[in-house]
Design a protein around this ligand. Structure first.
Ligand code: HEC
Length: 108
């Protein structure tokens, strides 16, 4: 084995170590406290323009309730209206993971 190979292997191990360590060091996901599932990206980026995603996560509503809340967000709070496709994705996400039983209510 040449010295180059040994050095190369050591560098690779270091990189692998960093990659493995990264998820453990990250305290919050890239979507903050929001539960990671289909639709989280659309929900996160459309909803954090004005307030923390925690405001979303602490709320537990039925699909109808979320629908009304989004109308209110548009009419009274100045949220740009979501296009039809995005609004279905966001409503599916919210009513699946932030319904009245609050399965993902933030604990801290
Ligand atoms: C244009 C700004 C804006 C955007 C974008 C926005 N909101 Fe809001 N939202 C507000 C404001 C302002 C309040 C606080 C209103 C108040 O309490 O008077 C609020 C409050 C809330 C609340 C708390 C309601 C309550 O009863 O206390 C929830 C839940 C919420 N928003 C969800 C969302 C969701 C979900 C999205 C994304 C689909 C979103 N918001 C996007 C402005 C926005």
């Amino acid at each position: 084995m040449s010295l180059k190979t040994v050095v190369g292997a050591a560098a690779l191990c270091q990189i692998a170590g960093l990659l493995l360590a990264a998820p453990l060091e990250a305290e919050e996901s890239e979507y903050g406290v929001l539960f990671e599932a289909e639709g989280v990206e659309e929900t996160y980026y459309n909803c954090i323009a004005c307030h923390s995603e925690r405001i979303v996560a602490q709320q537990g509503l039925t699909r109808e309730g979320w629908d009304e809340l989004l109308d209110w967000m548009v009419e009274e709070q100045g949220m740009p209206e979501l296009d039809a496709e995005t609004s279905v994705i966001v409503l599916d996400y919210l009513s699946n993971y932030y319904n009245t039983d609050r399965p993902h209510f933030p604990k801290d």
